[in-house]
Design a protein around this ligand. Structure first.
Ligand SMILES: *[C@@H]1O[C@H](CO)[C@@H](O)[C@H](O)[C@H]1NC(C)=O
Ligand SMILES: [Cu+2]
Length: 233
């Protein structure tokens, strides 16, 4: 095979493994694409964010300031699912963050900038120290998170983030796949202490051990998720 053909095929394989999160599923209702989730810059290419200092780290929005057409209501303690187009084709951790919409804004108008985010979910690998490391999200066509029962009621941005680590052994090689859904939480107790809030960009450094990470060799024996700890009710 000609070298140019080989390179073209490899590039295509990489692109096919990329993904987006275009729809929500809440209480059995599936949204249209980019109806409750802000349309992302990669909605066509499916490519990742690789600069953790980029403005795209907030919500990876294509139309900054526009918002998604709808905000979806969810009971605190209930589940929000994001569909994956087409599937999580790369290995790495899954994170979810919430940002409460400040007074005077709505989930559709809030830009998510500043220290406003707290982490509600993270996962890690199995098989550390072996050559068969796996992640809970491997190959998933949808990913879900439970909204803590103790959050305050009101509108939020719900940010999903999958960090693909297959090329993360060199600086800037980690691939971040990000989207923000607009949600309206009801029935929350409001007792949550969110601790200190983080910003995107800002929460991660390119040299964080969970971002600059050698997945394959030498076989890793630990993984430290980047960002703050998960809040607890
Ligand atoms: C959010 O839920 C509250 C309580 O049900 C409701 O009054 C409000 O209109 C909802 N807002 C949106 C944007 O759906
Ligand atoms: Cu990819």
């Amino acid at each position: 095979m000609k070298l140019t053909t080989t390179i073209a095929l490899l590039a295509a394989a990489g692109a096919n493994a990329h993904y987006t999160f275009p729809k929500t599923k809440v209480n059995g209702v599936t949204s249209a694409e980019w109806e409750t989730i802000r349309i992302t810059e990669n909605h066509y290419s499916h490519g990742p964010v690789q600069d953790v200092n980029s403005a795209s780290m907030t919500c990876y929005e294509r139309d900054v300031g526009k918002g998604a057409p709808k905000t979806v209501s969810v009971q605190a303690g209930g589940t929000v699912t994001f569909t994956v187009d087409t599937s999580i084709g790369h290995p790495g951790p899954l994170h979810f963050y919430l940002a409460k919409v400040p007074a005077g804004k709505t989930a559709a108008t809030f830009d998510g900038k500043g220290a406003v985010w707290f982490k509600i979910y993270q996962d890690g690998p199995s098989g550390l120290g072996t050559s068969k490391i796996t992640w809970p999200s491997d190959g998933k066509t949808e990913v879900s998170v439970q909204i803590p029962s103790c959050v305050a009621n009101g509108e939020y941005l719900l940010r999903v983030e999958h960090i693909a680590l297959h090329s993360a052994g060199s600086l800037g090689g980690a691939q971040l796949y990000i989207s923000c859904a607009q949600i309206n939480v009801t029935g929350g107790t409001g007792t949550l202490n969110t601790g200190s809030l983080v910003s995107f960009p800002g929460a991660y450094k390119a040299t964080d051990p969970g971002i600059l990470f050698q997945l394959y060799w030498p076989t890793p024996t630990s993984y430290i998720n980047p960002g703050p700890p998960v809040v607890k009710c």
